[in-house]
Design a protein around this ligand. Sequence first.
Ligand SMILES: [Mg+2]
Ligand SMILES: [Zn+2]
Length: 187
Amino acid sequence: MDAGRAAVFLDRDGVLNHPVIRDGKPYPPQSVGDLSIYVDAAGALHALKKAGFVLVVVTNQPDVARGTQRIEAIEAINDSIRAALPVDSILVCYHDDREGCACRKPKPGLLLDAAKRHALALDRSFMVGDRWRDVEAGRAAGVRTILIKRDYFERSSHLPPNAVVSSIADAADWIIRESNAEESTRA
Ligand SMILES: [Mg+2]
Ligand SMILES: [Zn+2]
């Protein structure tokens, strides 16, 4: 077992806040005015904090590389999320596929950076997401993965998630149950 603290990695759009849906596809909010946090997100995150998890948001924001969004607008949205929810840090990939970075999910770079920075135990950690990129990034980092299935879910990940749920509240419940079960087998 790794030393260090257990974390819950959280995707942002479609997990903490409603995506903006256009033509049946999810997009990030463009500004703080577009930001709408799910009603059950605060309760879920407070329960995870109380259970001892470090909460790390890991989000792809490729519109910066595509030239259709400014970093400042994304940072303003992230500040609003920090003000509303008990997250410990928010890590962002601003790149698109062609830049070949190590951080754009499904690559695990953001999770591995956070693990180093916060001395996390990945074998006791979890990733919650709403798309295949989140599940595969979590698998690549060696954490357990929870998919929140929303209406727009476009395709399956190559590797299945450990659980499929329908809300952030259900994801938090599953994680707390799973890690309590693990504690009792270790005790
Ligand atoms: Mg998402
Ligand atoms: Zn990147």
